[in-house]
Write a protein that binds this ligand. Structure first.
Ligand SMILES: [Zn+2]
Length: 408
């Protein structure tokens, strides 16, 4: 070791020694070990320099990464493809993507990951011109407001709904989850049967997550296809799923605080995956050159669209009845229309191409209230109006991550 080596430099030398000594490390492709060390180095740099959390110790990694040029995709047919992974060999996998690998020339890094005993390969590829130019705001011809909820997953301003399938909290899966958990609880700690039960639970959870993910893509796709601009509330989901506060009875004990009911509701809220739907909308809208407008959620469910009267009593369950003028509507649909209105987009009255469901927003005068072109995800472009991190789906150099199916 020489003076002036950085931490990962030192560790890489140790790795070389380890590989020579231990056959276990010798079997692992050296570049993969190095990527892991770089990740460790990043984690500590983030902790010391960027005030991130202290890296947690993991006994076993569930994923590893090949740098560009190391893994090579070989034969492909309709459903299956072969990939050469250095140190492992040729691996067949289920090709879950519709495009042919032949048309993709530049394969970037390849990540192999495990989720509940299922293995996945995710390949970053370059697809040129996937992101379309954004429609200028004054050329936007239609807008859809969306209101997310528990009973109806999404209410649209055209009066339609997306139903909530409740992937984890519907009767069937909730029962199955409870059974699997109970089965683990009954088994001896450290036993083989307990391990088997843990795997069963992990698989069930994986299936539920996959189910929710697929549904959210579908819903987000439907929403983005509907119009040129999507208007949504700026919900703080983290604040909505906080635990019920304890109520003291003054004698050192506690009163009932509805904690059980709140925790049940929290489960249902988290099962909806609203944040995930928002992220997917952001990515799909970006790809299609459409707008996402985020508005202040204040009073969206209480304000009367006819007379503007704001009252908590206006809303009763799924019904909306104005205590001032008697206007009635479906509460969620009404909320989605109020949200669309808040965007403050104005359309010419005689515009033929305007969708029928946009009638509610045509009469609004232009205001700047709530339409703040803030941009956290794309600091420089300032085009996409969103407040959340969509880096998961998009990196600035226009590459996208594709997740492939289970390896065979
Ligand atoms: Zn009213």
């Amino acid at each position: 070791m020489t003076v002036g080596d950085d931490a990962s430099g030192i560790q890489q030398k140790v790795t070389t020694e380890l590989r020579a000594k231990s056959p276990y490390f010798g079997e692992i492709y050296s570049a993969v070990l190095q990527t892991n060390l770089n990740k460790l180095d990043d984690a500590y740099t983030n902790f010391f320099k960027h005030e991130r959390g202290y890296p947690s110790y993991v006994t076993r990694l569930d994923s590893f990464e090949y740098k560009p040029g190391q893994a090579k995709i070989g034969l492909t047919n309709k459903n299956y493809a072969t990939i050469y992974l250095p140190g492992i060999g040729n691996v067949n996998f289920h090709n879950s993507r519709s495009y042919e690998f032949g048309s993709v020339t530049d394969i970037r890094s390849v990540t192999v990951s495990r989720e509940a005993t299922y293995w996945f390969i995710s390949v970053i590829v370059e697809i040129p011109d996937i992101i379309q130019d954004q429609i200028p705001l004054d050329k936007v011809k239609s807008v859809v407001g969306i209101d997310v909820g528990v009973n109806k997953l999404v209410a649209f301003s055209d009066g339609s709904f997306a139903i909530n399938t409740k992937p984890a909290t519907n009767k069937k899966t909730a029962r199955r989850l409870a059974m699997r958990q109970r089965s683990i609880a009954r088994k001896v700690k450290g036993s083989k049967n307990r391990k088997k039960a843990v795997i069963k639970l992990a698989r069930t959870k994986h299936k539920i997550a996959a189910n929710r993910n697929g549904r959210n893509w579908k819903v987000a796709n439907d929403i983005v296809k509907m119009s040129d601009a999507v208007v949504r509330e700026d919900l703080k989901i983290k604040n909505m799923v906080k635990r019920a506060k304890p109520k003291h009875d003054g004698k050192g004990g506690y009163k009932k605080n509805g904690a059980s009911a709140k925790s049940g509701l929290n489960k249902v809220i988290l099962d909806c995956g609203w944040g995930d739907i928002y992220n997917k909308i952001a990515w799909l809208a970006l790809k299609a050159g459409k707008h996402v407008i985020v508005v202040n959620p204040k009073h969206t469910s209480q304000e009367c669209p006819a007379c503007g009267h704001i009252d908590k009593a206006n809303r009763e369950g799924e019904k909306f009845l104005c205590t001032n003028c008697g206007h009635t509507d479906h509460a969620d649909t009404k909320a989605s229309r109020t949200i669309a209105k808040k965007a403050g987009l104005v359309f010419p009255k005689n515009e033929k191409t305007l969708r029928a469901d946009c009638a509610k927003v045509t009469s609004v005068e232009r205001t700047t209230v709530g339409v703040v072109p803030r941009n956290h995800a794309f600091g420089t472009s300032g085009e996409q109006m969103c407040l959340f991190d969509i880096a998961e789906y998009h990196s600035s150099d226009k590459r996208i991550t594709k997740k492939y199916g289970r390896t065979s």
